[in-house]
Design a protein. Structure first.
Ligand code: HEC
Length: 167
């Protein structure tokens, strides 16, 4: 019985169907790089939570995660963030809980995003490299050209990072 279930999972995954039905904020690190050279960092799903956020117009729940260097900097209010900082933004469509409709829960995950601090590699974008991945695949250069301008326009006084630590 258990083997049958496993076979079905493998089969669906190989058909590319599993990605569509499982609301996953997880993608394997696959070495694929964004046009800025950012890859999906190993183990990011085990990082600590900086803060959650929501966006009304797109009905999305987000959770921002940080690696150890990021968490240390947030807690100590260190700005700018040191090289080696990596921030992850997970997003899910907001859906009503079937068990308790006043509660929203995560639905499908449309994308995952990362910001990697490397001041030598990314001097023209505030020291940050950006990466957006959809089903594990990086978005194109046109999409990546939008990242820094929006972060710069709104949060240049916080090292281009929107999220504040929610203790
Ligand atoms: C139109 C504005 C806008 C654009 C374009 C944009 N972002 Fe953001 N980004 C935000 C906002 C606002 C937040 C705060 C969290 C939220 O919205 O849930 C954020 C948060 C983030 C975070 C978490 C760290 C932080 O700053 O809070 C990452 C990582 C991130 N964005 C990556 C990207 C990447 C990669 C791209 C380009 C593919 C991108 N962003 C494009 C507005 C933008």
């Amino acid at each position: 019985m258990r083997r049958t279930a496993a076979t079905v999972v493998v089969l669906l995954a190989s058909m590319g169907i599993l990605n569509a039905v499982v609301p996953s904020g997880m993608a394997a690190e696959n070495g694929l790089a964004s046009p800025m050279g950012v890859t999906i960092p190993k183990g990011y799903r085990d990082w600590q939570v900086v803060a959650p956020s929501q966006r009304d117009d797109t009905d999305e729940i987000r959770v921002i995660l940080g690696n150890d260097i990021a968490m240390k900097a947030f807690r100590a209010n260190t700005l700018p963030f040191p090289d080696g900082t990596i921030l992850a933004k997970l997003a899910w469509k907001r859906v009503k809980s079937p068990e308790f409709p006043k509660t929203f829960i995560p639905g499908v995950a449309p994308r995952i995003e990362f910001m990697v601090k490397d001041s030598k590699k990314y001097p023209s974008t505030g020291g940050w490299g950006f990466g957006r991945f959809i089903d594990g695949k990086p978005a194109d250069a046109k999409v990546h050209a939008t990242c820094f301008p929006c972060h710069k326009a709104n949060v240049r006084n916080h090292d281009f990072v929107f999220t504040r630590y929610a203790p």
